[in-house]
Write a protein that binds this ligand. Structure first.
Ligand code: FAD
Length: 381
């Protein structure tokens, strides 16, 4: 392990001074405020939703976040935007949502001043096998024989076939958060929502650590469903830890995202990992998991043996039992919405989720895309 290894994600170190300061925006005037829309939670879902509401002309939008923007799962994510490989693992309606997610990211890259830092790149899955990739022949996949794979990735430990998908993408999730949040009128970090007052079927007040807020509408985007005094919400969820690392710069040149090996990012560095550490609730990085990721790199590409680790970190994916998100109005309440449990595709699906929510708030009726992601689907009968 490199003696210089940083414990923490690389994303913050890639930001400019201005982008970093946006993540800590602490605008005043929370107490007694009456925003048209209050968004609770400053991860990618909350920031995207606040931006979409502002863009949709829903009036004054206030975003509150208990820590800094992106402090939760968002700041530790890999940041891959890869709907097409999920054809092998996810049901069609979910892949449709993901495809719409990537399209929205492309729109944001054009519409947000300076873009959101979208990097378009190819995805190459190694060694498709019977019962795996090769069992389905999804659209947009170019099948590569071992020689064609070897041309793209010289030095593999053994000949492997490959599945190539063009035009997937990635972002630095904190840069995307900072770029979107820079355009918001009111952002208060260091402010936690603590309670809710309900009158009839409406939220009339949200209590926070900085005072009371009386919003016209409120969206909870707190990763897992919010637990707040006065809010009757019982949606099952848990969280799944994952480890990631970024190597020191290498001479290895990868053709984009190579699964399950690594993604080449800036300066020739490799981003690897994304483990599913079920049952590990510790917030600490586990050295043996990092070692296993490094060993896995060398097993596929022997020239990476002994590569040193520049950054190592872990974070938790919010998850519902069926591994799909909730995008819904809070049951029984007419002016409160929530989105939660985005698990392993929250970065990808954030802008499309935000668009669905902002359209729902504007029109008062649920867009068709929302039907599959209800908050009540877990209710026991
Ligand atoms: C290892 C790993 C790799 C991943 N890779 C990818 C990937 O490649 N692509 C992808 O699409 N997704 C990926 N994900 C998933 C993605 O990170 C999450 O789905 C997404 O970040 C969830 O965003 P969120 O805004 O819902 O939650 P969070 O980012 O957790 O944000 C919720 C925010 O709400 C705040 N909050 C909570 N309660 C309150 C309160 N009461 N008051 C105020 N604020 C509050 C929290 O502080 C937090 O900042 C990955 C996740 C992990 C762990």
């Amino acid at each position: 392990m490199s003696p210089k290894t940083v414990n923490g994600a690389i994303w913050r170190d890639q930001l400019t001074h201005e982008e970093r300061s946006v993540l800590g925006r602490a605008d005043e005037g929370v107490d007694g405020s009456t925003p048209d829309v209050l968004v609770v939670g400053g991860g990618i879902l909350g920031v995207s939703t606040a931006a979409a509401c502002a863009e949709a002309g829903l009036g004054d939008v206030l975003l509150i976040e208990t820590g800094r923007l992106g402090a939760g799962a968002t700041g530790g994510a890999t940041g891959l935007l890869i709907p097409e490989p999920h054809q092998w693992s996810d049901p069609e309606p979910f892949v449709d949502l993901e495809r719409a997610g990537l399209e929205r990211w492309r729109d944001l890259e054009q519409s947000i001043p300076g873009g959101v830092g979208l990097v378009e790149l190819d995805w190459l899955g190694l060694a498709p096998h019977e019962g795996g990739y090769a069992a389905h022949q999804p659209r947009g996949v170019v099948w590569l024989n071992p020689g064609q794979v070897q041309e793209r990735i010289p030095g593999l430990a053994r000949p492997m076939e490959g599945a190539l998908i063009h035009r997937q993408a990635r972002v630095n999730p904190l840069r995307a958060v900072a770029r979107m949040a820079a355009g918001l009128r009111a952002v208060a970090t260091g402010v936690a929502a603590t309670s809710v007052e309900i009158s009839g079927d409406r939220v009339t007040k949200v209590g926070s650590s900085a005072g009371d807020i009386s919003p016209g509408a409120v969206v909870f985007a707190t990763g897992r469903p919010p637990v707040l005094d006065g809010l009757p919400l019982h949606i099952p969820s848990d969280r799944v830890k994952g480890h990631l690392l970024v190597t020191d710069p290498t001479d290895v040149s990868l053709p984009g995202i190579v699964a399950p090996l690594a993604t080449q990012i800036e300066n020739g560095q490799l981003l690897a990992g994304g483990t599913f550490d079920l049952g590990d609730e510790s917030p600490a990085v586990q050295p043996d998991v990092i070692d296993a990721i490094v060993d896995g790199l060398a097993a596929v590409l022997p020239s990476l043996r002994g590569i040193s680790v520049a950054y190592q970190w872990c974070c938790f994916r919010p998850r519902h039992p069926d591994r799909r998100p909730v995008i819904d109005r809070v049951p029984g309440i007419t002016n409160a919405w929530l989105t939660s449990g985005h698990f392993r595709t929250g970065i990808l699906n954030a802008p499309v989720t935000a668009a669905v929510l902002s359209r729902w708030i504007a029109a008062g009726v649920p867009p068709v895309e929302a039907h599959a992601w209800s908050a009540t689907r877990f209710a026991t009968h």
